[in-house]
Design a protein around this ligand. Structure first.
Ligand code: 13P
Ligand code: SF4
Length: 306
Protein backbone atom coordinates (compact mmCIF):
# COMPACT_ATOMS: atom_id res chain seq x y z
CA UNK A 1 0.00 0.00 0.00
CA UNK A 2 1.33 3.48 -0.86
CA UNK A 3 1.70 6.34 1.61
CA UNK A 4 -1.37 8.22 0.35
CA UNK A 5 -3.59 5.15 0.77
CA UNK A 6 -2.25 4.42 4.25
CA UNK A 7 -2.65 8.05 5.25
CA UNK A 8 -6.30 7.99 4.11
CA UNK A 9 -6.92 4.80 6.13
CA UNK A 10 -5.26 6.32 9.20
CA UNK A 11 -7.38 9.46 8.90
CA UNK A 12 -10.58 7.37 8.57
CA UNK A 13 -9.68 5.21 11.57
CA UNK A 14 -8.75 8.23 13.68
CA UNK A 15 -12.11 9.82 12.90
CA UNK A 16 -14.00 6.63 13.71
CA UNK A 17 -12.14 6.23 17.03
CA UNK A 18 -12.23 9.91 18.02
CA UNK A 19 -8.42 9.96 18.03
CA UNK A 20 -6.13 12.96 17.67
CA UNK A 21 -2.73 12.38 16.03
CA UNK A 22 0.15 14.36 17.55
CA UNK A 23 3.57 14.32 15.88
CA UNK A 24 6.88 15.83 16.94
CA UNK A 25 8.76 18.06 14.48
CA UNK A 26 11.43 15.34 13.99
CA UNK A 27 9.00 12.74 12.63
CA UNK A 28 9.37 11.45 9.08
CA UNK A 29 7.49 13.58 6.49
CA UNK A 30 4.68 11.07 5.90
CA UNK A 31 3.86 11.03 9.63
CA UNK A 32 3.98 14.84 9.85
CA UNK A 33 1.57 14.96 6.91
CA UNK A 34 -1.00 12.63 8.49
CA UNK A 35 -0.93 14.30 11.93
CA UNK A 36 -3.53 16.71 13.28
CA UNK A 37 -0.73 18.71 14.92
CA UNK A 38 3.04 18.87 14.47
CA UNK A 39 4.91 20.68 17.23
CA UNK A 40 7.61 20.89 19.87
CA UNK A 41 7.41 19.14 23.25
CA UNK A 42 5.62 22.02 24.95
CA UNK A 43 3.08 22.53 22.21
CA UNK A 44 2.29 18.82 22.02
CA UNK A 45 1.96 18.54 25.82
CA UNK A 46 -0.47 21.46 25.68
CA UNK A 47 -2.41 19.87 22.82
CA UNK A 48 -2.58 16.60 24.78
CA UNK A 49 -3.75 18.51 27.87
CA UNK A 50 -6.52 20.34 26.05
CA UNK A 51 -7.77 17.72 23.62
CA UNK A 52 -11.36 16.57 23.81
CA UNK A 53 -10.56 13.46 21.76
CA UNK A 54 -10.93 10.11 23.54
CA UNK A 55 -7.73 8.68 22.13
CA UNK A 56 -4.29 10.16 21.40
CA UNK A 57 -1.89 8.59 18.90
CA UNK A 58 1.46 10.05 19.91
CA UNK A 59 4.19 9.98 17.26
CA UNK A 60 7.19 11.01 19.32
CA UNK A 61 9.57 9.45 21.83
CA UNK A 62 8.49 7.69 25.04
CA UNK A 63 8.68 10.62 27.47
CA UNK A 64 6.35 12.73 25.31
CA UNK A 65 3.73 9.98 25.10
CA UNK A 66 4.08 9.33 28.85
CA UNK A 67 3.42 13.01 29.56
CA UNK A 68 0.26 12.78 27.44
CA UNK A 69 -0.80 9.64 29.35
CA UNK A 70 -0.17 11.24 32.75
CA UNK A 71 -2.23 14.28 31.73
CA UNK A 72 -5.12 12.10 30.50
CA UNK A 73 -5.88 9.34 33.02
CA UNK A 74 -9.25 8.49 31.46
CA UNK A 75 -8.08 8.34 27.86
CA UNK A 76 -6.18 5.91 25.68
CA UNK A 77 -2.72 7.02 24.57
CA UNK A 78 -1.19 4.93 21.78
CA UNK A 79 2.33 5.01 20.36
CA UNK A 80 3.21 3.49 16.96
CA UNK A 81 6.51 1.99 18.22
CA UNK A 82 6.99 1.59 21.99
CA UNK A 83 10.75 1.22 21.49
CA UNK A 84 11.09 4.88 20.50
CA UNK A 85 13.04 5.99 23.58
CA UNK A 86 15.02 9.16 24.18
CA UNK A 87 18.47 8.09 25.44
CA UNK A 88 18.95 11.40 27.27
CA UNK A 89 15.93 10.64 29.47
CA UNK A 90 17.66 7.45 30.61
CA UNK A 91 20.71 9.44 31.81
CA UNK A 92 18.93 10.63 34.95
CA UNK A 93 17.67 7.77 37.12
CA UNK A 94 15.19 8.66 39.90
CA UNK A 95 17.76 7.81 42.58
CA UNK A 96 20.20 10.41 41.21
CA UNK A 97 17.52 13.10 41.63
CA UNK A 98 16.78 11.93 45.19
CA UNK A 99 20.48 12.09 46.08
CA UNK A 100 20.98 15.53 44.52
CA UNK A 101 17.99 16.84 46.48
CA UNK A 102 19.50 15.50 49.71
CA UNK A 103 22.82 17.16 48.92
CA UNK A 104 21.19 20.54 48.08
CA UNK A 105 18.12 20.83 50.34
CA UNK A 106 17.58 24.53 49.59
CA UNK A 107 17.45 23.97 45.81
CA UNK A 108 14.37 23.68 43.62
CA UNK A 109 14.39 20.79 41.14
CA UNK A 110 13.57 21.64 37.53
CA UNK A 111 13.55 18.70 35.14
CA UNK A 112 13.46 18.83 31.38
CA UNK A 113 10.49 16.88 29.99
CA UNK A 114 13.09 14.58 28.38
CA UNK A 115 13.18 12.60 31.64
CA UNK A 116 11.82 9.23 32.80
CA UNK A 117 8.40 9.41 34.47
CA UNK A 118 9.70 8.14 37.84
CA UNK A 119 12.40 10.84 37.88
CA UNK A 120 9.86 13.52 36.90
CA UNK A 121 7.84 12.55 39.96
CA UNK A 122 10.73 13.92 42.09
CA UNK A 123 10.74 17.35 40.40
CA UNK A 124 9.19 20.58 41.66
CA UNK A 125 8.34 21.60 38.12
CA UNK A 126 9.13 20.50 34.58
CA UNK A 127 10.31 22.57 31.63
CA UNK A 128 10.90 22.21 27.91
CA UNK A 129 13.43 24.00 25.74
CA UNK A 130 10.70 26.55 24.93
CA UNK A 131 10.05 27.68 28.50
CA UNK A 132 13.10 26.64 30.58
CA UNK A 133 14.15 30.25 31.28
CA UNK A 134 10.63 31.32 32.27
CA UNK A 135 10.23 28.28 34.54
CA UNK A 136 13.54 28.89 36.34
CA UNK A 137 12.80 32.62 36.70
CA UNK A 138 9.40 31.80 38.24
CA UNK A 139 11.01 30.06 41.24
CA UNK A 140 12.01 31.88 44.45
CA UNK A 141 15.02 29.57 45.03
CA UNK A 142 18.51 30.87 44.27
CA UNK A 143 19.80 27.37 43.66
CA UNK A 144 18.30 25.15 40.95
CA UNK A 145 18.96 21.48 40.31
CA UNK A 146 18.52 21.18 36.56
CA UNK A 147 18.64 18.05 34.41
CA UNK A 148 19.31 15.99 32.49
CA UNK A 149 20.70 18.14 29.63
CA UNK A 150 23.95 19.94 30.44
CA UNK A 151 23.69 22.13 27.31
CA UNK A 152 20.17 23.28 28.18
CA UNK A 153 21.50 24.02 31.69
CA UNK A 154 24.20 26.20 30.07
CA UNK A 155 21.53 28.00 28.03
CA UNK A 156 19.46 28.73 31.15
CA UNK A 157 22.44 29.72 33.34
CA UNK A 158 23.51 32.28 30.73
CA UNK A 159 20.06 33.90 30.74
CA UNK A 160 19.39 33.70 34.47
CA UNK A 161 22.75 34.79 35.93
CA UNK A 162 21.37 35.56 39.39
CA UNK A 163 20.69 31.87 40.04
CA UNK A 164 23.05 28.95 40.54
CA UNK A 165 22.16 26.23 38.05
CA UNK A 166 23.46 22.81 39.11
CA UNK A 167 23.32 20.25 36.25
CA UNK A 168 22.16 16.75 37.25
CA UNK A 169 23.75 14.48 36.15
CA UNK A 170 26.92 16.49 35.62
CA UNK A 171 27.16 15.66 31.92
CA UNK A 172 23.76 14.61 30.51
CA UNK A 173 23.38 15.14 26.78
CA UNK A 174 21.45 14.48 23.59
CA UNK A 175 23.53 12.26 21.36
CA UNK A 176 22.19 14.01 18.23
CA UNK A 177 22.75 17.61 19.29
CA UNK A 178 26.01 17.03 21.16
CA UNK A 179 27.75 14.56 18.87
CA UNK A 180 26.17 14.77 15.43
CA UNK A 181 26.11 18.57 15.08
CA UNK A 182 29.54 20.23 15.28
CA UNK A 183 30.45 23.88 14.91
CA UNK A 184 32.87 23.22 12.04
CA UNK A 185 30.00 21.73 10.00
CA UNK A 186 27.89 24.84 10.60
CA UNK A 187 30.86 27.08 9.77
CA UNK A 188 31.19 25.25 6.47
CA UNK A 189 27.50 25.81 5.71
CA UNK A 190 27.94 29.47 6.62
CA UNK A 191 30.81 29.77 4.14
CA UNK A 192 28.60 28.26 1.43
CA UNK A 193 25.56 30.37 2.41
CA UNK A 194 26.92 33.60 3.94
CA UNK A 195 23.51 35.30 4.14
CA UNK A 196 21.88 32.46 6.09
CA UNK A 197 20.73 33.04 9.67
CA UNK A 198 21.83 30.35 12.15
CA UNK A 199 19.03 28.93 14.29
CA UNK A 200 20.21 26.51 16.98
CA UNK A 201 18.49 24.26 19.51
CA UNK A 202 19.58 24.74 23.14
CA UNK A 203 20.59 21.06 23.28
CA UNK A 204 23.52 22.05 20.99
CA UNK A 205 26.99 22.57 22.46
CA UNK A 206 27.85 25.99 23.99
CA UNK A 207 30.15 27.01 21.09
CA UNK A 208 27.21 26.61 18.70
CA UNK A 209 24.75 28.39 20.99
CA UNK A 210 27.20 31.28 21.37
CA UNK A 211 27.58 31.74 17.62
CA UNK A 212 23.89 31.33 16.72
CA UNK A 213 21.64 34.22 15.76
CA UNK A 214 18.84 32.60 17.79
CA UNK A 215 18.68 29.67 20.21
CA UNK A 216 15.18 28.20 20.18
CA UNK A 217 12.96 25.14 20.59
CA UNK A 218 11.73 23.51 17.38
CA UNK A 219 8.51 25.55 17.43
CA UNK A 220 10.56 28.64 18.23
CA UNK A 221 12.67 27.99 15.12
CA UNK A 222 9.53 27.54 13.02
CA UNK A 223 8.14 30.87 14.29
CA UNK A 224 11.44 32.69 13.75
CA UNK A 225 11.79 31.33 10.21
CA UNK A 226 8.27 32.57 9.46
CA UNK A 227 8.64 36.05 10.94
CA UNK A 228 12.18 37.01 9.84
CA UNK A 229 12.53 38.55 6.37
CA UNK A 230 15.69 36.43 5.80
CA UNK A 231 15.38 33.94 2.94
CA UNK A 232 18.01 31.42 4.07
CA UNK A 233 18.55 29.60 7.36
CA UNK A 234 21.08 27.16 8.74
CA UNK A 235 19.22 24.97 11.19
CA UNK A 236 21.21 23.30 13.99
CA UNK A 237 18.89 20.56 15.16
CA UNK A 238 17.65 17.12 14.13
CA UNK A 239 17.21 17.02 10.34
CA UNK A 240 13.46 16.20 10.47
CA UNK A 241 12.55 19.80 11.28
CA UNK A 242 13.69 20.83 7.78
CA UNK A 243 10.66 19.15 6.19
CA UNK A 244 8.29 21.18 8.38
CA UNK A 245 10.21 24.42 7.79
CA UNK A 246 10.27 23.95 4.00
CA UNK A 247 6.57 23.08 3.93
CA UNK A 248 5.64 26.13 6.02
CA UNK A 249 7.97 28.52 4.15
CA UNK A 250 7.99 27.57 0.47
CA UNK A 251 9.90 30.71 -0.56
CA UNK A 252 12.79 30.15 1.88
CA UNK A 253 15.80 27.84 2.00
CA UNK A 254 16.83 25.70 4.96
CA UNK A 255 20.19 23.98 5.38
CA UNK A 256 20.53 21.19 7.94
CA UNK A 257 23.15 18.60 8.74
CA UNK A 258 21.59 15.62 6.99
CA UNK A 259 23.39 13.13 9.24
CA UNK A 260 21.89 14.65 12.42
CA UNK A 261 19.25 11.95 12.70
CA UNK A 262 17.50 10.84 15.90
CA UNK A 263 17.04 7.14 15.20
CA UNK A 264 14.63 6.90 18.12
CA UNK A 265 12.26 9.50 16.66
CA UNK A 266 12.45 7.77 13.30
CA UNK A 267 11.23 4.41 14.62
CA UNK A 268 7.62 5.35 13.86
CA UNK A 269 6.16 4.67 10.44
CA UNK A 270 2.78 4.93 8.74
CA UNK A 271 2.35 1.14 8.96
CA UNK A 272 3.00 1.17 12.71
CA UNK A 273 0.68 4.16 13.18
CA UNK A 274 -2.08 2.35 11.29
CA UNK A 275 -1.57 -0.88 13.25
CA UNK A 276 -1.60 1.00 16.57
CA UNK A 277 -4.98 2.55 15.79
CA UNK A 278 -6.41 -0.67 14.36
CA UNK A 279 -5.33 -2.86 17.30
CA UNK A 280 -5.63 -0.07 19.92
CA UNK A 281 -2.13 -0.96 21.07
CA UNK A 282 0.58 -0.47 22.25
CA UNK A 283 -1.06 1.58 25.02
CA UNK A 284 1.22 3.99 26.90
CA UNK A 285 0.77 3.70 30.67
CA UNK A 286 2.36 5.36 33.67
CA UNK A 287 1.86 3.71 37.11
CA UNK A 288 -0.92 5.54 39.00
CA UNK A 289 1.11 7.01 41.91
CA UNK A 290 3.81 8.28 39.55
CA UNK A 291 1.28 9.56 37.00
CA UNK A 292 -0.41 11.76 39.61
CA UNK A 293 2.90 13.39 40.53
CA UNK A 294 3.90 13.78 36.88
CA UNK A 295 0.54 15.40 36.18
CA UNK A 296 1.05 17.91 39.02
CA UNK A 297 4.53 19.01 37.90
CA UNK A 298 3.49 19.09 34.23
CA UNK A 299 0.43 21.21 35.05
CA UNK A 300 2.65 23.63 37.00
CA UNK A 301 4.69 24.09 33.85
CA UNK A 302 1.68 24.38 31.54
CA UNK A 303 0.01 26.94 33.83
CA UNK A 304 3.05 29.19 33.41
CA UNK A 305 2.61 29.00 29.65
CA UNK A 306 -1.16 29.58 29.42
P1 13P B 1 11.61 20.54 21.28
O1 13P B 1 10.82 20.61 22.53
O2 13P B 1 12.33 21.79 20.96
O3 13P B 1 10.78 20.08 20.15
O4 13P B 1 12.78 19.46 21.49
C1 13P B 1 12.54 18.15 21.87
C2 13P B 1 13.71 17.30 21.67
O5 13P B 1 13.68 16.14 21.93
C3 13P B 1 14.88 17.92 21.14
O6 13P B 1 15.83 16.96 20.89
FE1 SF4 C 1 16.20 12.58 22.77
FE2 SF4 C 1 18.00 13.92 21.34
FE3 SF4 C 1 16.28 12.33 20.10
FE4 SF4 C 1 15.48 14.64 21.20
S1 SF4 C 1 16.87 14.37 19.46
S2 SF4 C 1 14.47 12.66 21.37
S3 SF4 C 1 16.78 14.71 23.03
S4 SF4 C 1 17.88 11.71 21.55
Amino acid sequence: MGNAQLQAKIRDLAKEMDAVILAHSYQVPEIQDVADFVGDSLDLAMKAYRTKAQCILFCGVDFMAETAAALNPGKTVLIPDPNSRCPMAGMLPRQAVVEAKKKHPSAATVLYVNTLAEAKAEADILCTSANAVRVVQSLPNKRILFGPDENLAYYVAKRVPDKEIIPIPEHGYCVVHKNLIQKWQLDLLKTEHPKAVLLAHPECNPDIQDSAGFVLSTNGMAEKARELPAKEFIVATEEGLAYRLRKENPGKKFYVIETAVCVQMKKHSLEKAYNALKSKSPVVTVPKGIAEKVRTVTERMLNLTI
